[in-house]
Design a protein around this ligand. Structure first.
Ligand SMILES: *Cc1c(COP(=O)(O)O)cnc(C)c1O
Length: 399
């Protein structure tokens, strides 16, 4: 039998962080923090004071006083705390989708003599659609990897598809459906051995998996901030461009925020020599401030402790699901998965709807998957156990 959840909660060094969120809802269990993280109390306070004092009080003066610098200063803060990135390589901007578009052009541009983009067919829809769109616009070819959902992209599978035509490889560090954690260092090394560059999508790993982009010689990376970083709906995303690629990188939405001198209003465009060249237009200031609060909360708890609790939470949920005979499509080895556990069930849609009616919010993924997102700072073992109990009751015994 699984250990009672209250025993696990009492032993949890991060248990106190749950109180740092405004949890004011009628839910039994919120198991969708991997799609939209909860609201940190500090973010509610920061945004309220920003609106009244900074926007209301400083008006246009706010830009020169502090807002102009935010995409880069908060980017550097996120990079240092969560990505293992030295300053000057990370910016906060736009959405993940827009940033993937920019990075695909930048990455293809640093390998101009090659004409293929490689991506796995299991990747998130926006990544796949953008790869197809950018490949078409640049006269490139898409080469698809067809991995098993749970095993996902391995060095061996990737090696069989790389060639001297491969310019760019796009991979997600954690698969959004199975939760599989890819071997980022080994895959990056293999891609470089073939002379290609990589764009890592960190949407489902940032803030919950320790990441070392500089150490692992990653070329480009992108990720969103409203999942495990709790930045709120539509919070702006981040982009990372390794310093060695900065000079050669160019991107197609070259608006005034990417220009060498933002306020010069020059006749002719000249790209900024810094990471600012990846920006486009006026950023969302409240959005970036919410990202900053999310980053600070994760940094305060520490990624090593967060990862430990994440592994314990997913292991606990796997154990409960096993006891109930449910089918799991997430790796069984904790080191090989991110922070969600996915169940396959023939009635997944009905079960998800009924779970939500009973106050347990999971995430349904077509056609037959139910994801249980476990956000280590906000999710208690008791909450996870309560959610699984409702799922098991609605799903019935395995036939
Ligand atoms: C959530 C997610 C996105 C989201 O992209 P948006 O532009 O923010 O809508 C992209 N890629 C992956 C892998 C994701 O998990």
């Amino acid at each position: 039998m699984a250990t009672p959840s209250d025993v696990l909660d009492r032993a949890d060094p991060l248990a106190g962080f749950r109180e740092r969120f405004l949890i004011d809802d009628d839910l039994v269990a919120y198991l969708d923090g991997n799609s939209l993280g909860r609201l940190p109390a500090a973010t509610a306070d920061r945004l309220a004071s920003f609106v009244r004092e900074e926007w209301g009080g400083r008006l246009i003066r706010g830009w020169e006083e502090s807002w102009v610098a935010l995409p880069v200063t908060v980017g550097d803060e996120l990079g240092a705390a969560l990505l293992g990135a030295a300053a000057g390589q990370t910016v906060i901007a736009d959405s993940t989708s827009v940033n993937i578009y920019k990075l695909l052009h930048a990455a293809a541009g640093v390998r101009p003599d090659r004409d293929e983009i490689l991506i796995d067919a299991t990747n998130f829809p926006t990544d796949r659609y953008l790869v197809e769109s950018v490949a078409a616009s640049r006269g490139m070819t898409v080469r698809w990897l067809e991995p098993d959902l749970v095993e996902n992209v391995t060095v061996e599978l990737l090696g069989g598809a790389l060639s001297d035509r491969t310019a760019v490889v796009v991979l997600s560090q954690v698969d959004y459906r199975s939760g599989t954690l890819l071997d980022l260092p080994a895959l990056t090394t293999r891609i470089h051995a073939a002379g290609a560059v990589v764009i890592w999508d960190l949407c489902h790993s940032v803030g919950v998996v320790p990441i070392e982009l500089d150490r692992d010689s990653v070329d480009f990376a992108v990720g969103c901030t409203y999942k495990y970083l709790n930045g709120g709906p539509g919070a702006p995303a981040f982009m990372y461009v390794a310093a060695r690629h900065l000079a050669a990188s160019s991107q197609p939405i070259a608006g005034w925020w990417s220009a060498a001198d933002l306020f010069a209003m020059s006749e002719t465009y000249e790209a900024a020599p810094s990471i600012r060249k990846m920006l486009s237009g006026t950023p969302s200031v409240p959005g970036i401030l919410a990202v900053q609060e999310g980053v600070r909360l994760v940094a305060e708890a520490g990624l090593a402790a967060i990862r430990r609790k994440s592994e314990q939470l997913t292991a606990y949920v796997v154990e409960l699901l096993d006891e109930a005979g449910m089918e799991i499509v997430t790796p069984r080895e904790p080191a090989l998965r991110g922070s969600h556990v996915t169940v396959r069930h023939p009635d997944a849609r009905r079960v998800s709807v009924e779970m939500t009616q009973q106050g347990v919010v999971p995430d349904f993924r077509e056609p037959d998957l139910i994801r249980l997102g476990l956000s280590p700072l906000a999710t208690s073992f008791a909450e996870a156990a309560a959610g699984v109990a409702v799922l098991v009751e609605l799903a019935g015994p395995r036939r």
